[in-house]
Design a protein. Structure first.
Length: 334
């Protein structure tokens, strides 16, 4: 009889111990959750402090209210548009380092759009229309025009009229100079950089499938998105100082015109694929530091001879997608 009593006491004693362990576990879990809640709250406070410190810094740096508003607008526009543009993309930006110079290529998902503009007013140019349907494929585009720093790193010289400013766009380069630059860049990287076609340029300037239908690349307020006649003092400026467009591309409007690979010809009305290369006169796009609103819309086009090199024409790179890459989600496997 003694053994069963001992066994019962033993079982009840251990059952009570397990209750204590469970109770202690619950208390520990409660303290852990409380700690995590306090940590999250602390992080929110830190975020608010950083935000107000940034506002104070901008206020102290820009005593002029107008300059402060422009600075805030550019910062917020860059954050919002780049987040919106790339939140759903399958392929990220791709960056390259040539010597000490870094540059970034942005993926663009191709599509069909209306290239050009139907002439309706005296301010419109007949060569900008008629608007017609064009299809482009996927490609990469330079986040900015080619800078003097990148050109110098690749070519060893800087042909720019406004030389000495590494982050300013390179200019005073003709089509043949640009071909030589691209060939050397391809040797250094093993990738297939090239000119943009005219259709690819306009599609990206309009922000592709993210387009809000703005007149200029990034908005309808020309001076907020571009260096042009009214604010440039008749010279180029460092890239990425103005608000980007919806794809996160800078200086698509203003600063320097940008050569394309498309030979100049008047538009037709029929739907077609992007124009083929060729000819002795090539299209350049985007406007420059001396242009006004007439020459700055995303649909406006101009052209020059293959040997033309001026202080207002530069270059923006394109790059082919590797065959294995796609912006579409992968097919489900059975």
């Amino acid at each position: 009889m003694k053994r069963p009593q001992t066994l019962i006491v033993y079982v009840f004693a251990h059952f009570g111990r397990w209750e204590q362990i469970v109770c202690c576990s619950h208390i520990f879990l409660c303290f852990l959750l409380l700690y995590l809640a306090l940590l999250c709250y602390l992080l929110l406070i830190i975020r608010q402090i950083v935000f107000f410190a940034l506002i104070l810094h901008i206020h102290l740096k820009y005593k002029n209210k107008q300059e402060m508003k422009k600075s805030l607008f550019c910062a917020l526009a860059a954050l919002i548009t780049v987040t919106a543009a790339h939140g759903q993309d399958m392929i990220p930006n791709e960056s390259f380092l040539i010597g000490s110079v870094k540059f970034t290529m942005v993926p663009v998902e191709g599509g069909t759009f209306m290239l050009g503009h139907d002439t309706k007013t005296d301010d419109d140019f007949s060569t900008d229309g008629p608007a017609h349907e064009v299809t482009v494929g996927n490609y990469y585009i330079g986040e900015t025009p080619v800078t003097q720093a990148l050109w110098t790193e690749v070519m060893g010289t800087n042909p720019s009229k406004f030389a000495g400013q590494d982050m300013n766009p390179v200019e005073h380069v003709n089509v043949m100079n640009c071909r030589q630059f691209i060939a050397k860049l391809n040797e250094l990287t093993g990738r297939n950089f090239r000119f943009l076609t005219e259709a690819e340029w306009e599609y990206a300037a309009r922000s592709g499938k993210y387009s809000h239908g703005y007149t200029y690349a990034g908005g309808n307020d020309l001076e907020k998105v571009a260096w042009v006649h009214y604010n440039s003092n008749e010279h180029t400026h460092p890239v990425k100082q103005k608000a980007p467009n919806e794809l996160g591309l800078y200086d698509m409007t203003g600063n320097v015109w940008e050569w394309t690979s498309s030979g100049y010809a008047r538009y037709g009305k029929e739907p077609r694929l992007q124009p083929t290369d060729g000819g002795y006169r090539f299209v350049y796009r985007g406007g420059a530091y001396y242009t006004n609103e007439r020459f700055s819309p995303v649909y406006h086009r101009s052209h020059g001879q293959i040997s033309d090199a001026t202080s207002y024409i530069g270059l923006r790179l394109a790059m082919d997608f590797p065959v294995t890459e796609s912006l579409e989600p992968p097919e489900p496997q059975e």
